[in-house]
Design a protein around this ligand. Structure first.
Ligand code: SF4
Length: 330
């Protein structure tokens, strides 16, 4: 183990990350609208661990993932990858960061160029980062990557439309692996796939983590998807993290009422474990105009007014490693 790996420093540290999107406005129109997509979010990811990041659509989880790679520029906050201050990186250093941190997307088909062969798609990064010195080295590496993700050497001459959804996600994973990253942001990588195929892709990601010591920031809208792959799980609601805990603690004893409601919808595999279904009232509020105080207070079954509608609950530690943002559960 090298000296860096032996330190307790996380691989990725995000502190107070905030992203506001400004829409509308103009010379003669009304004031612009501001969407607080990510609001003061902090978390870390250790080497070779998976942090699950879960929330409904509009919770800010994908924006958070894209900010880590600077595919979206953060409004404020700090992102540190190893010893690099990501927000301050200039273009050359940013290119090098994007070798260490890769992303795979929900819809692999949309992210694969339909006019390129699979070999060219996977090998593109080898060329950009000068990772193959000869044509032969290039081909050997592409074949190795295809086989690593469970595809075959002759697939390199085919085009994306010739593959199933699960195979296309494997191609996306092979492309990410080409540059030997340390962290992969998995942005809902299995949401578009059938349940049986989801399990295959998650098993593949777990095998690759073992083999290459990869860390994942695994984004999903469903707690059942991240249960087995995550060491820790963070739950987001309207741009804020409301709970972070080890996966074991979070699934066995959730603290935040929103996490409880999400978990109550997850099918239980252990017959000794029963969960009462909690159906939340109302829709997720508009992020342009989120509720005051605790963002969840308009749907919370245990809210206490006016405390919950007036005071923002801080994310506080309740027991070792379990953090929750709730006035009544801290
Ligand atoms: Fe519910 Fe209040 Fe806790 Fe928010 S702070 S989750 S509204 S009890």
């Amino acid at each position: 183990m090298d000296a860096k790996a032996a330190t307790a420093e996380p691989l990725l540290r995000v502190e107070g990350l905030t992203k506001n999107f400004v829409t509308g406005g103009g010379l003669f129109s009304r004031a612009p609208d501001v969407v607080h997509a990510v609001d003061n979010v902090s978390f870390s990811v250790d080497r070779a661990e998976t942090l699950g990041l879960v929330g409904e659509s509009g919770s800010g989880k994908s924006t958070t993932g894209r900010c880590v790679l600077r595919l979206i520029e953060p409004t404020s906050g700090k992102i540190v990858f190893e010893d690099r201050d990501v927000v301050q990186l200039e273009s050359g250093a940013l290119r090098s960061l994007r070798r260490d941190v890769q992303i795979i997307f929900q819809d692999p088909f949309a992210s694969l160029n339909p006019r390129m062969t699979v070999g060219a798609i996977i090998g593109e990064a080898l060329t950009i980062h000068k990772l193959a010195r000869t044509r032969r080295e290039f081909t050997e590496r592409v074949v190795e990557l295809l086989e690593t993700v469970g595809l075959q050497a002759d697939h390199m001459r085919r085009y994306p439309h010739e593959f199933s959804g699960g195979q296309r996600q494997r191609i996306g994973i092979a492309r990410a692996l080409a540059v030997e990253p340390k962290l992969i942001i998995c942005d809902e990588p299995v949401s578009a796939l059938d349940v049986s195929i989801q399990a295959q892709v998650i098993n593949l990601l777990e095998d690759l983590q073992q083999k290459f010591g990869l860390a994942y920031l695994f984004i999903a809208h469903d707690l059942s998807v991240v249960e087995h792959i995550s060491r820790r799980v963070a739950v987001m609601y309207l741009g804020r993290i409301v709970e972070i805990a080890s996966a074991r603690d979070l699934y066995a004893s959730p603290r935040h009422p929103y996490t409880e409601a999400l978990l109550s919808a997850v099918p239980v595999t252990d017959p000794g474990l029963r969960r009462q279904r909690i159906v939340l009232q109302g829709e997720v509020p508009n992020p342009m105009n989120p509720p005051t105080g605790c963002h969840f207070h308009t749907r919370c079954p245990i809210r206490k007014l006016p405390l919950c509608s007036e005071v923002v609950p801080e994310l506080k530690q309740t027991s070792s490693g379990h953090m929750v943002a709730c006035h009544l559960r801290s």
